[in-house]
Design a protein around this ligand. Structure first.
Ligand SMILES: CC(C)(COP(=O)(O)OP(=O)(O)OC[C@H]1O[C@@H](n2cnc3c(N)ncnc32)[C@H](O)[C@@H]1OP(=O)(O)O)[C@@H](O)C(=O)NCCC(=O)NCCS
Length: 215
């Protein structure tokens, strides 16, 4: 039986390489040293504004946590966000979020992620995106996933391309106040289904659906 009153904290997505676990405060605490050390220190800047991870410590840690708590508490049929900590065994190495955007009307989601700098370029970024897509399409019945990344964010753009997303135009955003072009990507359910993974396990999905107003 669940010990949590908020079922998304009990959600798990388990792949052969990693596990996404609902971002409890205990798991977020494990990530704090990584956030303190910095996940947006390397160029090019990966995140669009506003972004707590660009702030200096100790404001950074506090704003980062507050944004997640706010996200947990803002759950509407047309707007929700699930926060997951990426686990390698019992080691927390990053975050992978799933964001419902007008899910009640269009069944559309987008995603957001980061890894500790030392955990990058080992295939984890791709694996955690595949995991969250499995939750969205298989678990929640999504119709389409989108993604955006600055034109020079090679890793994020490559993850989208490799998982079958198709280019869907461009947009503008600022990062640390400077304008830059975003690449937009979209993955439809039909295309996702062509390479549907059979080795990803979902735990706790049914209990989440009523909380997210998913029929
Ligand atoms: C985006 C991010 C989560 C991707 O995770 P990752 O583990 O580094 O990515 P992977 O190892 O799965 O690599 C995915 C692909 O990108 C390529 N890649 C990754 N980093 C790269 C780099 N710095 N330069 C060139 N190619 C790179 C990999 O070779 C791989 O390509 P392939 O599919 O052709 O083999 C991670 O890089 C990160 O945390 N970046 C900072 C935050 C960020 O950009 N978040 C996304 C905001 S939109």
């Amino acid at each position: 039986m669940s010990v949590n009153f908020y079922p998304p904290l009990d959600l798990k997505v388990i792949t052969p390489k990693l596990e996404l676990r609902g971002a409890t405060d205990a798991l977020l605490t494990q990530l704090l040293p990584i956030v303190r050390e910095g996940v947006a220190e390397r160029q090019p800047d990966p995140f669009d504004d506003p972004m707590s991870l660009y702030d200096d410590n100790p404001v950074r840690e506090r704003k980062w946590l507050q944004a997640i708590w706010r996200g947990r508490g803002t759950v509407r049929p047309d707007a929700w966000r699930l926060y997951f900590v990426v686990m390698l065994g019992e080691e927390a190495v990053g975050m992978q979020d799933l964001i419902g955007v007008n899910f009640d009307t269009f069944r559309t989601v987008t995603s957001f992620s980061w890894l500790a700098p030392g955990a990058r370029q080992q295939g984890l970024g791709r694996e955690m995106r595949a995991a969250i897509l499995h939750l969205a399409f298989e678990g929640f019945g999504a119709a389409q996933a989108s993604s955006e990344a600055f034109f020079d964010n090679v890793a994020s753009n490559r993850v989208s391309e490799a998982l079958g997303y198709q280019a869907n135009g461009h947009d503008w955003a600022t990062r640390r106040g400077e304008p830059a072009v975003l690449n937009r990507w979209r993955l439809t359910r039909d295309v996702w289904a062509l390479d549907r993974r059979s080795n990803i396990e979902l735990v706790g999905v049914e209990a989440c659906k009523p909380v997210l107003f998913i029929q």
